[in-house]
Structures are given as C-alpha cells and as structure tokens.
Design a protein around this ligand. Structure first.
Ligand code: UDP
Ligand code: MG
Length: 323
C-alpha cells in the first residue's frame, strides 16, 4: 500500500520520458510520500517502454502496464486505476501539459479532507482554434448534461481511495472520465492551473479521437438529443396543422387553391432531412447500447512490469467490502 499512485498514460511519447521522469521525481522527492508511478503504455510502438524499463534500474517505484493495443486515453487511465494501490490516485498526462508540480497542491487539498481534487484550466497555451473549440465544448456539454459538469476540467485530478474505488465500479465502455468523476459525487474541489504547451512530440489525442470522446461525453451524459425529436415533431405538427387549415380555407371558402409544388418539395426534403438527423441520433444511442451489451473489456493487458505478482488481478468489486 502506498500513499500515492500516479497514473500516466503514454502513447508513443519516447521524446519526453526523461524530462517527465525528472520533473515527476523532483516533485515526489520534495513531498516525502510513499508512491508508485504506473505508466500505462496504450499500445506504444516506439521506444517509450524501453526507456522506462531503463529508468526502472534506478527507481523501482516506476511500473509499466503494457496494453495489447491502443485503447484510447481514458481506457488507459482506467487500466492504471484498476491496478493502483495508493491511498490516493492521480491521473496525469505524460506530455507535461499538466505540470507535475501541481501534485503538491493536490496532496495538500487531499490532506485537508477533500476526496476529489481536479484541475481546471485557467489559460491554455494552445492554438486559437483548439482553445475556442474546447471552451465551446465544455459549455455545450454542461448545457446538455443532466448533471453539473465542471467547466474546463479534463482528466488531471487526484482521487481519494474511496472515490477511486467508486470509479472502478463504473464499467461503461464509452468512458468520459471527467463526467464520471463528477457523477460519483464525494467532496470535490477545483484547483485552477495554466495548461502548458506540449513538451515534445505531437498530439496523440487526434481530432478524430477528441471528436469521438466529445460524442461519448454528450451521449453518455444527456438524453436531450433524443428529446429533440419530440420537440421538433411537436413544432412541425403544429406548423402543418396551420398550413392545412389555411389550405382548406382557401379551397372551400375563398376558392383560391394554392398552386405549385416548390413548397411541397421543400417541405418533403426538410422533413426527410430531419427524420434522417433524428435517426442518426437514435443510432448513436443504439450503437452505445450495443457496445455495452457485448461486455467487451475496456482494455487488455499484454504485460506487467514491476508489479507484485499477487496484485496482478484487479480487486473484485473493491467498493463492496470497503465503502
Ligand atoms: N494518450 C494515450 N492514448 C491515446 C492518446 C493519448 O494514452 O490514444 C496519452 C498521451 O500519451 C498523453 C495523454 O494521453 O500522455 C494526453 O494526450 P495528448 O497530449 O495527445 O492530448 P491533448 O493534450 O492534446 O488533449
Ligand atoms: Mg497533451
């Protein structure tokens, strides 16, 4: 049992491993806290794992979980969480956009009694476009979602063991960790920080991956897209009732029936488009239901390095016995 488990997902980050090691060690040494660092290699194909194995010669607190392929950032964090044995758990990106020095601030709040401490981005040193897309995303998501999701909060956070165990119980496949973390409750507090630029290498969370995560976030935390169909249906039904009344009036009372099919074509195309749009939304939910019932694992492990043999399997429903 450690005081702290630091979980770092990596996907082909060979160029920043040594700087990451330096910055993390510096912070942890100052804290004087017993710890393990679990690096989850999310299907890395470069020298990242080899470099960490090399570092392990000097510091056995660093461990590796190698996944069988790339499962995605949030699934990799989940793998780390399942095997973490600390009294508190921290998720942190490897690219030093989340400054390791924040760990000290997290631990301080944890000692004050908070069970979840999450970082909120005050400023982002990122491209103009990405910055505003993120700002918009968090606000749209918050508007749509049934629960109060903190704005501008990503994965970077500290979880007390109780919160960590609660999160382990959630077996959803389409995982949006910041949302699940808000959903589990506990005593939460935000700590503001400035998000640095990436230390080295290119972004691994590509636009396509981010988009799929955004969809997961919206569809896992909101039924509003489904209800949109009802709303649009009511508006259209009301509108068509007015148009039909008008047409009947013209035909039988004033005998000046409207001619032409442009309006009919327009109405047909519009309703057709809306029906397809709504079918697409329903499809998104069905696809997610389908994924859930298949019950495929969230991640698969190829190799453990540095773990105690006895602790290899994730704890069986840990919350039952402890909470
Ligand atoms: N990452 C991962 N699997 C992926 C994509 C990213 O484990 O499929 C890791 C990556 O190595 C980094 C963290 O997740 O440590 C955040 O990725 P990135 O910096 O690309 O995301 P961004 O900061 O652009 O959101
Ligand atoms: Mg990054």
């Amino acid at each position: 049992m450690y005081d702290l488990s630091l979980i770092i997902p990596i996907f082909n980050e060979q160029d920043l491993i040594s700087e990451l090691y330096r910055r993390v060690s510096e912070t942890l040494d100052k804290l004087h806290i017993s710890h393990e660092v679990i690096v989850v290699s999310d299907g890395s194909t470069d020298q990242s794992v080899a470099k960490i194995i090399e570092l392990r010669k000097y510091n056995s607190a660093w461990k590796i979980i190698e996944l069988s392929k790339n499962f995605g950032h949030h699934s990799a964090c989940t793998a780390g969480l399942d095997y973490a044995r600390g009294k508190c758990v921290i998720f942190m990106d490897a690219d030093l956009q989340d400054p390791p020095e924040m760990i000290a601030a997290f631990v301080e709040k944890w000692k004050e009694g908070y069970e979840i401490i999450y970082a909120v981005k005050k400023k982002r040193k990122e491209s103009f476009f990405r910055r505003y897309v993120f700002i918009l995303f968090y606000r749209v998501l918050n508007f749509l979602s049934a629960i109060d999701l903190p704005l501008d909060a990503g994965v970077f956070c500290l979880l007390d063991s109780k919160a960590a165990q609660a999160l382990r119980l959630i077996k959803e496949r389409h995982r949006y960790l910041a949302g699940l973390r808000a959903w589990i409750g506990f005593r939460q507090i935000a700590v503001p920080y400035e998000r640095e630029e990436r230390f080295a290498g290119t972004r691994k969370q590509t636009t396509a991956k981010l988009l799929s995560l955004a969809f997961d976030a919206i569809f896992s935390f909101s039924y509003i897209p489904l209800r949109l169909a009802t709303g649009i249906g009511i508006v259209f039904a009301a509108f068509s009732a007015i148009v039909i009344t008008h047409a009947l009036y013209e035909k039988f009372i004033t005998h000046q029936a409207l001619l032409g099919w442009t309006s009919i074509l327009g109405a047909v195309i519009l309703t057709g488009g809306l029906i397809l749009f709504m079918l697409g939304i329903i499809g998104e939910y069905i696809a997610r239901i389908y994924d859930e019932i298949k019950e495929r694992p969230i991640y698969l492990v190829r190799n453990f390095i540095g773990f105690d043999k006895i602790l290899e399997a994730p704890p069986e429903n840990p919350t039952k016995s402890r909470l």
